[in-house]
Design a protein around this ligand. Structure first.
Ligand code: TYM
Length: 328
């Protein structure tokens, strides 16, 4: 079996970009026979920007619960990053194989640090922690959205460099991104990624939005004044984004999703129907699971217990290879 791993950070509620960029691809991989799936709620990553402790704790449980509500099997190993010490330990070792230049070249770092004179140091070292998440668990395939690809490339570089310098230690992972929804756009601003910090949320569909909210958000989505619907992501980004969304929800190519739809009104109605059909069961299941928080905690504890010992063994291999004396 192929070891599949991904992480999501609990800085906000899960939105459609997360779903179609990473969660759905993950669930598709998880459905394969003998799938070997690990999912991490990356709470340590949420500490790299200004955060509120009570909100972080609540969002961590909410994210885990939402993933289960989306259909992640409770037998998949779902765990909280900070509950597995291997991540932070390995992150330091990997920081000692990476350069300052590599970290400052990361596009996400540049975006999030620009215009601020007081960023947390961990925002710079973040990709080393993310590499540690992946390498600690011997991940082979990592489903992510487009915005994480550069971090994945750095992870691959660090794994290869470590193996070449200190001897075969890590599995070298590869990223997978979905064909049409690797970068879902904001419904109100088709130039920006959905979920981008700073958006007011009116163009972001959250997985737990109720049908009325979904209707309101889709009705206000930006399209254009052209009468016929044609898929053209450069010239008609608003329509193309909704077509990609509809296609992903209904198992079609973006262009094919527009077939038979006379105009943007019909397109919006079709998207509303598909979204409500997809998200209604998620919201209902979420409500059931949220009523039993100890059950979610039990899943997270079982996940931690299953993944922590093998991850510790991987870190022990790395320590040994780097020349740290094993005492006792
Ligand atoms: P995060 O929490 O920002 O996002 C979680 C996943 O959702 C994807 N995504 C999108 N995909 C398509 N369109 C969008 N608009 C969109 N917005 C978000 C992201 O690409 C991501 O796959 N650093 C990671 C979390 C992480 C991780 C890991 C991922 C921590 N450790 C190890 C993989 C492996 C992050 O901030 O993702």
């Amino acid at each position: 079996p192929t070891r599949v791993f991904t992480g999501l950070k609990p800085t906000g509620r899960l939105q459609l970009g997360n779903h179609l960029g990473a969660v759905r691809p993950l669930l598709d991989l998880a459905a394969a026979p003998a799938a070997d799936v690990l999912v991490c709620v990356a709470d340590l990553h949420a500490l790299t920007v200004d955060h509120d402790p009570a909100r972080l704790r609540a969002l961590t449980r909410e994210l885990a619960t939402t993933l289960l509500a989306c259909g992640l099997d409770p037998s998949a190993r779902l765990f909280v990053q900070s509950s597995v010490p291997a991540h932070t330990e390995l992150a330091y070792l990997l920081e000692c194989t990476a350069t300052h230049g590599e970290m400052t070249r990361m596009v996400q770092f540049k975006e999030k640090s620009s215009g601020s004179d007081s960023i947390r140091l961990s925002l710079l070292t973040y990709p080393a922690l993310m590499a540690a998440d992946i390498l600690a668990h011997d991940a082979e395939v990592v489903p992510v959205g487009e915005d994480q690809r550069q971090h994945l490339e750095l992870t691959t570089t660090l794994a290869r460099r470590f193996n070449a310098r200190y001897g075969e230690t890590f599995v070298v992972p590869r990223a997978t991104t979905p064909p049409a929804t690797a970068r879902l756009k904001d419904l109100r601003d088709p130039g920006a990624k959905m979920g981008k910090t700073g958006s007011d949320g009116s163009g972001v569909v959250f997985l737990l939005d109720d049908p009325d909210t979904i209707v309101a958000k889709v009705r206000r989505a930006v399209t254009d004044a052209e009468p016929a619907l044609i898929y053209d992501s450069a010239e008609r980004p608003g329509v193309a984004n909704i077509a990609a969304l509809l296609g992903a929800l209904t198992g079609r190519e973006p262009a094919a999703a527009l077939d038979g739809l006379p105009g943007s009104g019909a397109l919006k109605r079709a998207v509303i129907d598909a979204l409500v059909a997809t998200l209604d069961p998620v919201r209902r299941r979420y409500a059931e699971l949220a009523a039993e928080p100890t059950e979610v905690d039990r899943v997270l504890a079982a996940g931690r217990d299953a993944v922590a010992p093998p991850a510790a063994a991987t870190v022990a291999r790395a320590r040994e290879a780097m020349g740290l004396l094993r005492v006792g």
